[in-house]
Design a protein around this ligand. Structure first.
Ligand code: GLN
Length: 309
């Protein structure tokens, strides 16, 4: 039996000393100021035991990791009709790409690229004021993580509102195809605020537990989603969670995972563990460089890859 606590500490020690750390995202000004020397890792085991090391209590901007929870929320509202407006194929393009949208008539490839997440935000906005839609997601995150202190970093949300021209373009372009139903600025407001949720590795790993427990909050606890839905969300994370590096992530780590440009990654070992890792330096695809390496070390040592026997 692998001593997980020790493994988690060893990985954090290795990452602390790493020289090659990638580049922090600079296109969102507050993220450009984050110290790239930080690294945190938290593993929540199926029995509830928690192993954490490094800067695992430090808050970071979860950015695109929020897309997993926003998708869960949207599926709860509209069920499988969501798939009329969003595909479920890997895009093979960067997270903020627009190139496929013209040929595919405003239907994004999947819910984890920005275009897809904007449609999901549009679904979550239906029938609400933007403030209420955002509040609903924040409450959902707090419930999942069992932590009422989780907040939205307004400075990050405002910064993206002021500089997010690609997202503004994506939303307007899809509006032209009728796949954004609200005024684009309202849908964008919901999206920018969900990306600006600030969490620690511990909080994020806790929030991901329902995906390790087949849709249950915890063993013996209430259902968050059906078993089928949990499996499907995990499948999408595996195939689309790292954009045009999703294949490489599956190859190296072998777990459903979702990254964000804040440097966080949520990874799920079904039935075994929910894992959150954070290191702000990104690789060329906009995924945490050391976060990916740490997960590779973890699955190599534990055999948690979904492809392991
Ligand atoms: N990959 C990401 O984390 C991207 C999220 C970021 N808020 C953006 O829209 O650009």
């Amino acid at each position: 039996m692998t001593d997980i606590g020790r493994l988690v500490r060893d990985i954090a020690d290795e990452m602390r000393g790493a020289e090659e750390r990638g580049e922090v995202a600079t296109y969102i000004p507050p993220l450009a100021r984050i110290d790239p020397r930080q690294f945190g890792l938290c593993v929540v085991m199926a029995d509830g035991e928690i192993h954490a090391a490094g800067d695992s209590e430090e808050l970071f901007s979860i950015q695109s990791v929020s897309k997993v929870f926003a998708l869960t929320q949207a599926l709860g509202k509209v069920g499988d009709t969501l798939w009329r407006r969003v595909g479920r194929e890997p895009s093979g393009t960067p997270f903020n790409s627009i190139v496929q949208l013209e040929r595919e008539e405003g239907v994004p490839r999947n819910p984890f690229i920005n275009a897809g997440a904007l449609v999901v935000a549009d679904i979550n906005l239906a029938g609400h004021e933007p403030r209420v839609a955002i509040g609903e997601l924040l409450r959902f995150m707090r419930y999942l993580a069992d932590d009422d202190t989780i907040i939205i970093d307004e400075a990050v949300a405002r910064a993206e509102q002021a500089t997010g021209f690609r997202n503004i373009a994506l939303a307007n372009y899809m509006k032209a195809f009728g796949n954004i139903t609200h005024p684009p600025e309202l849908t964008l407001g919901v999206y920018f605020h969900q990306c600006a949720i600030a969490m620690s590795c511990r909080q994020l790993a806790m929030a991901g537990r329902f995906l390790m427990h087949g849709g249950f909050y915890e063993p013996g606890g209430p259902r968050v989603v059906s078993g089928q839905r949990a499996r499907r969300i995990n499948a999408l994370m595996l195939t689309c969670g790292h954009y045009d590096a999703s294949g490489d992530f599956a190859f190296r780590v072998g777990l459903p995972g979702k990254s964000g440009v804040g440097g966080g990654i949520l990874a799920i070992a079904p039935g075994k563990a929910a894992i959150a890792v954070w290191s702000p330096g990104l690789n060329a695809n906009g995924n945490s460089l050391l976060g990916t390496l740490a997960l590779e070390r973890l699955t190599e040592a534990t055999g948690w890859s979904v492809f392991a026997r």
